[in-house]
Design a protein around this ligand. Structure first.
Ligand code: HEM
Length: 465
């Protein structure tokens, strides 16, 4: 039996934070399913980290793992119309995100994307940075109110912080009232998601029971009901406004001129609420873990923030110059991509990597393995933020680092998330020190987002001015 987590090499060799031990060869189907339920990352075989394309026939369908930058450009950009969002994704999200922007395809997706896109113009996002920084400051104050050196659940703290950011910036604060309930239901929905995905891979009939099925259904119902309640509250206070809710409520389908139905509105509001906080929270959580293991980088960030901002709070005008902070945030997303696996389904026969692939081929885009690929990165498991200095970054292929995806379905919130990540990381590190207990080696656990198994306990103390 192999250990699930490979831990640090000798510290003198640099920081090699926890990763998973891949199987030497692709797993047979039954073993694949068992491991997938435990942690989908344990099903990515070692050759996927070495080769550009690995094709398997598992007896039920052809599965292609794509990691070569050129082939990724084909799948996600050049032939994006042929590589559809997969029905597996649709099935697992049908009770929560329905047919919103993340899961829809074709004309329905285009309309929804066009409606939301103006909210994410960088020039407009700049105005939101003070709210992001303010939530980072509020979190630092909550830590400062506890004794120096006390242990905190950093994953829960970062989830709450990023949830407050999305609520205040996109929902006019309308989600705050139900924060606890929404976070608990989201957590329940994600915790048991691997069973749902495994059921979809095995094409189990809908009526069949499997662990977590009812929990996930109930969590989905709760989330939709709370979102519908938010919508009602908004209608009572007026639907106009330049925020996300205002835009969606006033949008019209270009073909039919119909407004979004209540169900479509809930699909989208829930998508933005979920996608807009959980991923950034995980990126920040892993960033703070790495910083606790490499404290010299905390000092570099604190010094950079002091040099760029003086005593002022981090604002939009500072972000470009916070280069070290951004490099650490990116390196954390390389080692621990918040969305570690993506997938597509081939809609028609297509040549891929010199091979003819039949329609129905299931495409796995293992972002986790792409970010640690032996041919793309030097010493890939080592924490080294200098990979993301401007000079070094220019040498990367466009699809070698892609925490936000690539092509037309790229994360709509990418700029928002980068601003938020840098503003919050810079803020909490200038205010506090984060310390590792010397023991916790959290396994990166894929549950749609990349969670630290066993949570993320770290000691927090105020940083002396
Ligand atoms: C570090 C933070 C984030 C990461 C790593 C991330 C990652 C991703 C990835 C990989 C995709 C593409 C999925 C695919 O192609 O299959 C995606 C799509 C999406 N993300 Fe993000 N995301 C982040 C933050 C955000 C934020 C802050 C928002 C909103 C405020 C957001 C909203 C969305 C939406 C709506 C989509 C669907 C876009 C479409 O299909 O047109 N994300 N995200």
């Amino acid at each position: 039996m192999v250990a699930a987590v490979r831990s640090a090499m000798p510290e003198a060799a640099g920081l090699y934070p926890p990763t998973v031990v891949p199987p030497e060869q692709p797993l047979p189907f039954a073993r694949f399913i068992l491991q997938f339920i435990k942690n989908p990352l344990l099903t990515i075989a070692r050759p996927v980290y070495d080769e550009g394309l690995l094709v398997r026939d598992n007896g039920r369908r052809i599965v292609a793992y794509v990691t070569s930058p050129t082939l990724l450009e084909q799948v996600l950009l050049k032939d994006a119309e042929t590589f559809h969002k997969s029905p597996i994704e649709k099935r697992i999200f049908r009770n929560t995100l329905g047919d919103g922007i993340l899961t829809s395809q074709g004309a329905s997706w285009k309309w929804q994307r066009r409606t939301a896109a103006p909210l994410f113009r960088v020039s407009d996002l700049n105005a939101l940075v003070p709210m992001m920084t303010a939530e980072g400051e509020a979190q630092a104050r909550r830590w400062a109110a506890t004794p120096a050196g006390s242990m905190h659940a950093i994953d829960a703290d970062m989830t709450e912080t990023t949830f407050r950011v999305i609520s205040s910036t996109m929902f006019g604060g309308k989600a705050d009232e139900d924060t606890r309930e929404i976070l608990a239901a989201s957590d329940a929905a994600l915790e048991s998601v691997s069973w749902d995905i495994a059921a979809a891979i095995m094409r189990l009939p809908d009526w069949l029971w499997y662990p977590g099925k009812h929990t996930r259904r109930n969590a989905g119902r709760t989330l939709r009901a709370l979102t519908a309640k938010m919508l009602t509250r908004r209608r009572e206070t007026g639907i106009e406004g330049p925020d996300l809710m205002g835009r969606l409520l006033q949008a019209r389908d270009p073909e039919t001129d119909a407004p979004m139905s209540d169900s479509q509105l809930v699909d989208n509001l829930l998508t933005f609420l979920g996608a807009g906080h959980e991923t950034t929270a995980k990126a920040l959580t892993w960033s703070l873990y790495l910083l606790a293991r490499a404290p010299e980088w905390q000092d570099k960030i604190a010094a950079e923030v002091q040099a760029v901002c003086g005593d002022a709070p981090i604002g939009a005008e500072h972000l470009d110059r916070l280069e070290v902070t951004r490099a650490v945030f990116k390196e954390a997303m390389r080692l621990y991509p918040p969305a570690p696996m993506m997938n597509r389904l081939l809609a028609e026969p297509t040549m891929l990597g010199g091979r003819q692939m039949p329609a129905g081929t299931f495409i796995v885009i293992p972002v986790y393995a792409i970010h640690r690929h032996r041919r793309l990165w030097q010493d890939p498991d080592r924490f080294d933020p200098t990979r993301f200095t401007k000079e070094n970054e220019a040498r990367h292929a466009r699809t070698q680092f892609m925490p936000f995806g690539f092509g037309p379905r790229t994360c709509i919130g990418m700029s928002f998330a980068m601003m938020e990540g840098v503003a919050i990381l810079g803020t909490v590190v200038r205010r506090a020190r984060f310390e590792w207990d010397g023991k916790h080696l959290p396994e990166p656990l894929s549950r749609i987002t990349l969670r630290p198994k066993g949570g993320m306990p770290l000691k927090v103390s105020p940083r002396a001015a």
